[in-house]
Write a protein that binds this ligand. Structure first.
Ligand SMILES: [Zn+2]
Ligand SMILES: [Zn+2]
Length: 267
């Protein structure tokens, strides 16, 4: 069973491929569940990212009827900084999403972690501040999946330092508890595998802690921004989940949770 619940199409500001091509790529790769989760970031100090949700959902309706029985396509969205503006929460009620994933791409009134210069800033302080903000965002709620909890680590490339959450568990445990309390899924994201980190995230000890606390809901996503990359790294994500004792992936349809078994598959 292959699943990719985090992908970007041309409707995202940083991607350009058609949903139809993403779907064909997913079918070729044997993916059973595909979620299209284009970006809408809310920020604090600047206008939100525009996203043409009507067109996305219309495209998905058309493609669903074209490929009926071959793949399940989920209507998703990746909401950045959902807790920064009230409108974000209203949006999730206005449209019929299957699943909403929540991300923190930037700190209040700052630039995206992706664009920061990690050679000059205090990454220890940044990580602690970041994790406190993630906790606030999860406690605010309004989404089904916490995306890439280790997002800043992907870009934190510094000579001789491999960024890790190893010394940050006192900040991470409260986030995991909040994820469990709100019945959200924790995402295993493949993007790190293709960064200098060379591994999917979050690190195994984060999954172990989540499991220890009673967490059972896991999501899987490539975070791909190209049709050709759909499903990239999801096998590794599934192996990572299984290695740390998870046998199911959480799927959301109409914002309702169900679990898909991954425990026995050799794929
Ligand atoms: Zn993201
Ligand atoms: Zn994404």
């Amino acid at each position: 069973m292959l699943i990719d619940l985090h992908t970007h199409s041309k409707y995202s500001f940083d991607a350009q491929d058609e949903i139809i091509d993403i779907t064909k790529s997913a079918i070729e790769k044997g993916i059973s569940y595909l979620a299209i989760t284009d970006h809408k970031d809310y920020f604090w100090n600047k206008p939100e990212i525009e996203l043409d949700i009507e067109s996305i959902q219309r495209d998905i309706d058309n493609i669903r009827s074209q490929f009926s029985g071959k793949i399940t396509i989920l209507k998703g969205i990746e909401l950045g900084e959902i807790y920064s503006k009230q409108d974000a929460l209203e949006l999730t009620n206005k449209y019929n999403f299957d699943m909403v994933i929540g991300s923190l791409h930037s700190m209040p009134n700052d630039i995206d972690f992706y664009d920061m210069d990690y050679t000059t800033l205090n990454s220890d302080k940044l990580l602690k501040d970041y994790l406190l903000e993630v906790k606030k965002m999860v406690e605010f709620g309004g989404f089904d999946v916490l995306a890439h909890i280790d997002y800043p680590l992907r870009k934190m490339e510094k000579a001789n330092i491999k960024p890790s959450f190893e010394n940050y568990m006192e900040f991470i445990t409260p986030i995991l508890k909040a994820v469990i309390d709100r019945e959200m899924a924790l995402e295993i994201n493949a993007a790190g595998l293709f960064s200098f980190l060379k591994s999917v995230g979050p690190e195994g000890f984060v999954l172990d802690e989540y499991k220890r606390l009673g967490g059972s809901m896991i999501s899987i996503g490539s975070d791909s921004h190209y049709a050709k990359d759909i499903g990239r790294g999801v096998k590794e994500c599934i192996e990572h989940a299984k290695k740390h004792g998870f046998e199911y992936v959480s799927i959301f349809e109409n914002r309702k949770h169900k679990q898909v078994f991954i425990g026995d598959d050799k794929k």
